[in-house]
Design a protein around this ligand. Structure first.
Ligand code: GAL
Length: 849
């Protein structure tokens, strides 16, 4: 094996080893998603019809007809589809559209209709439809009758269909969404982009999100578990309801295991049309605690009976763990100090857009876990239920966030329009929906909101959250942390969230108002880069950004600088980097969104400088349509920074990474700096076998090793890293030959035929020795033979206007991605082919089971 192959082999082995580690840590790809809720909950994703009105993808308008909710409306020519659905991700990208929201035509009016029939035996049941999220301004009708609305597109909500449902006959559910009346600083997606569920219960049943489990007293030998159950009586007479809850282990496969305890049985009288909360308690001996490496969970199964007749059963997965936040000694999970090594992420899944897909999300989280990330910030909105379920399963902590603005918006039509009427309902919905997840450890009421100095509003919102869940702290992400503390707004919070501006930390650590307030870097760094691009001199070229990881906006800093800050303030909780993954929209610095000016509200000079930059961007109108902030690119390919974070976040994991690539024919004899990211503490660099010297990290100061006077010559760069004087890890980068082949590899070669299981296939442009050719961009054509299909393609290039659904696209710096799935209901082998002129074609066998 030659050295570079060895290099890729080593990195592949790293990923495999990590993968195995993750599997043995009891989360495999096939673990089912467990939902909290009633036993009779069915997917309601299939069989929808869709019509788009108002603004169209090509900027034309189609007038929205009246009465689209009517039973009589003829929807024969509407598009048939299954949810989740993001109507905007098919584009096309249009240069005149905003970069901030991805240059995609997401504004419009979307109507969804579903015809369905319930068996006659459902007469008398309560029937609900649960939306995990619909973007935005959802209005719902059943059989032409208005049922209700939920405007905030990121929250989950329930609609009670009971008054208008007809058992044994056809029903028509109609949903109107309106993104013309919504504004965003990033790509929000558009449509019913999360799952929808049909829930049937009897008249006496557990309320929506009606269980709340806490573990007030946990030791190694026992855990006291408290459970509040809210029971609704939607019948017409008083009932005596008995409530019984048994607790089972969730085994390694997320299946119900042995019974461990039962809550004391309660009998309550409930008036018709009323709800009652029943508080029960139980003890679990020798609890298997939920932790990052052993995410153990339990499931509570509640049954409700009236006069011996079973009314409802309701599942509540939960975990047992203790969390403690200190101002002097950081964060403690189960009594053990855990440094928060978090990433902020927006909700889109790259080429799939906002439409939720569990396989895609699991892939993202697996990549983050491999890097050593242990916490996720759901910036800046409540997440899909699957994110919290995966975080529970995989062992991530979650900063669960409600809003990007309160009463004063950042854009004309953002949450400021909803604040007065909806903030309380939205906050309560988020907390009720998410509070049984052991992964959720901090509630956030906002991000850099304009009202962050508002003392009354801050306390008001934090109190709403605390009333619904006093077991977790409430925070808020400040980009004016000093202002917020000065006026006393931060006194209303349990945890101080600082975005970027740490300069006065020592002053606040000494302030009697804040010296006992735990503090976290709720947003850090904002380093920007393009995978595989390296520029010398000017870091910004061709709407790309150099990957030496030294570029960041005026409010940000390099990852290394943030590590130094963290080392300076070891008593803080840790950080959430902006961002783990690239996302659609906000292509800073090629973005003209004015909100960022707020970062310089206390620095007029810098503000002016940024204003000028924004003007320039506006004039040039760059093609950039997705972010450069990601540690991982939009296609899911790690950028160099991935290895910088890995080296710091996984100090015991032997690794080394050299940058840049070594194909610089035009730079012979020119200085070409070499950086090494390693979890070792010392390294020696060799160019064509000749030592370029040994360098040592100064603890707390150096997080990368730099050889900044290397003169380029073709050949081989090799680094040998040491830790505590012993050889630790090596890496090799070699000048490659011309592009000669395509090399395909799938993250999973066997997938389920259910229709939404995916395989991500990486295509590398390689030379005759199998080395990745770094600066190659050949056009690649993809096709599938057999019962599979292409879902999307990508290459991580933030400036590409090729539609994500396109079956051909150029490689970007030697790499491209094709996402495939098995056709619904089909099993067996299918073949994914990639071909490129002059590079031949390659097939990969996939199997659907
Ligand atoms: C922050 C903001 C994020 C994102 C980031 C980019 O100020 O909270 O949403 O815009 O800047 O650096």
């Amino acid at each position: 094996m030659n050295s570079i192959n060895r290099l890729y082999f080593i990195k592949a082995v790293n990923l495999i080893v990590m993968g195995l580690l993750l599997v043995t840590n009891s989360f495999s790809q096939s673990k089912p998603i467990i939902r909290m809720g009633a036993a009779d909950t069915r997917s309601f994703d299939d069989g929808w019809l869709f019509g788009r009105y108002g603004l169209q993808a090509d900027a034309s308008r189609i007038e929205e007809p009246k009465n689209l909710e009517s039973v009589k409306f003829n929807d024969n020519d509407w598009k048939k589809l299954s949810l989740p659905h993001d109507w905007a991700i098919t584009g096309p990208f249009r240069i005149e559209l905003e970069g901030a929201t991805g240059k995609l035509p997401w504004k419009g009016i979307g109507w969804y209709r579903k015809h369905f029939t319930l068996p006659a035996t459902d007469a008398g049941k309560q029937v609900f439809v649960d939306f995990d999220g619909a973007m935005a301004n959802a209005k719902i009708w059943l059989n032409g009758k208005y049922v209700g609305t939920w405007p905030y597109g990121y929250n989950s909500f329930r609609m009670d269909l009971t008054p208008y449902i007809k058992a044994g006959q056809e029903n028509i559910l109609a949903v109107r969404l309106d993104t013309e009346n919504w504004d965003s600083r990033w790509y929000p997606g558009a449509g019913i982009y999360r799952h929808v569920w049909l829930v049937k219960t009897k008249q006496v049943h557990v309320a929506n999100w009606g269980t709340y489990i806490t573990t007030p007293d946990v030791s190694k030998t026992s855990a006291k578990v408290k459970m509040d159950v809210t029971i609704d009586n939607q019948g017409k007479s008083v009932v005596n309801a008995s409530i019984q809850t048994d607790v089972f282990e969730l085994d390694r496969n997320n299946k119900q295991g042995a019974k461990v305890t039962s809550f004391n049985k309660s009998v309550v009288e409930i008036e018709p049309g009323k709800s009652t909360v029943i508080a029960t308690r139980a003890l679990i001996k020798n609890p298997k605690r939920w932790d990052l490496l052993s995410p153990n969970r339990y499931i509570a199964q509640t049954t409700v009976t009236v006069n011996g007749e079973l009314m409802d059963t309701y599942d509540t997965p939960f975990g047992i763990r203790t969390i403690e936040f200190t101002a002097r000694n950081g964060f403690l999970l189960n009594g053990r100090r855990v440094e928060i090594q978090g990433t902020c992420n927006h909700h889109d899944l790259g080429a799939l857009g906002a439409a939720i897909n569990t396989t895609a999300l699991r892939r993202q989280l697996t990549i983050l876990k491999t890097m050593g990330c242990n916490a996720l910030r759901t910036s800046h909105n409540p997440p899909a239920p699957e994110l919290l379920e995966l975080a529970d399963q995989m062992g991530f902590l979650v900063w669960d966030e409600a809003f990007d603005c309160w009463k004063n918006g950042k854009r004309k039509l953002d949450y400021n329009k909803l604040y007065e009427e909806w903030h309380e309902r939205d906050l309560k919905a988020m907390v009720h929906h998410d509070r049984n997840h052991p992964s959720v450890f901090i509630w956030s009421i906002g991000n850099e909101v304009m009202d962050q100095r508002n003392v009354v509003m801050t306390k008001h919102l934090a109190d709403i959250v605390r009333a619904e869940d006093p077991t977790r702290p409430v925070s808020n992400g400040y980009n004016d942390p000093d202002g917020g503390r000065e006026v006393g707004a931060v006194e209303g919070l349990d945890i101080m969230g600082v975005n970027y501006f740490f300069s006065q930390q020592p002053k606040w650590d000494a302030d009697p108002r804040y010296k006992n307030k735990p503090t976290i870097g709720s947003e850090t760094s904002s380093c920007v880069s393009s995978r595989g691009e390296y520029f010398f001199g000017n870091e910004y070229q061709n709407w790309q950004i150099s990957s030496y990881d030294n570029a960041y906006p005026g409010w940000g800093c390099s990852p290394d600088e943030q590590f130094r800050t963290n080392a300076r303030y070891p008593h803080l909780l840790g950080e959430f980097v902006w961002t783990g993954f690239d996302y659609i929209g906000e292509p800073t610095p090629y973005n003209s969104d004015e909100t960022n000016l707020q970062n310089f509200r206390n620095d007029p000079e810098k503000k002016k400088e940024l204003e000028a930059k924004l003007d320039e961007v506006r004039k040039k109108n760059p093609p950039s349509r997705s972010s450069y902030f990601g540690i991982v690119d939009l296609a899911g390919f790690p950028k160099d920074r991935f290895y910088l974070y890995q080296s710091h976040w996984r100090p015991d994991y032997p690794m080394a990474h050299i940058l840049p690539h070594w194909n610089w024919a035009e730079r012979i004899g020119q200085v070409t700096p070499v950086n090494v990211y390693t979890s070792g503490d010392e390294a020696e660099l060799f160019l064509n076998g000749k030592s370029l010297g040994r360098k040592t990290k100064t603890p707390g100061k150096d997080f990368r090793l730099i050889w900044d006077s290397v003169k380029y010559t073709t050949g081989e760069l090799k680094v040998v890293c040491y830790k505590n004087g012993k050889q630790w890890a090596t890496d090799v980068v070699k000048t490659t030959g011309e592009a000669a082949n395509l090399t395909l590899s799938a993250d999973r070669s066997v997938i389920k035929s259910g229709g939404d299981d995916l395989s991500y296939i990486t295509v590398k442009v390689t030379d005759t020795d199998g080395l990745l050719v770094p600066r190659s961009h050949p056009l690649i054509k993809f096709s599938v033979e057999g019962p599979g299909e292409i879902v999307a393609t990508d290459n991580g290039d933030a400036t590409s206007f090729v539609p994500f659904q396109g079956h051909e696209r150029p490689a970007f710096n030697g790499m491209a991605l094709v996402i495939v799935k098995a056709k619904k209901g089909h099993k067996g082998k299918f073949y994914v082919k990639a071909q490129s002129a002059g590079l031949g074609s390659k097939d990969l066998v996939m199997e659907s089971k």
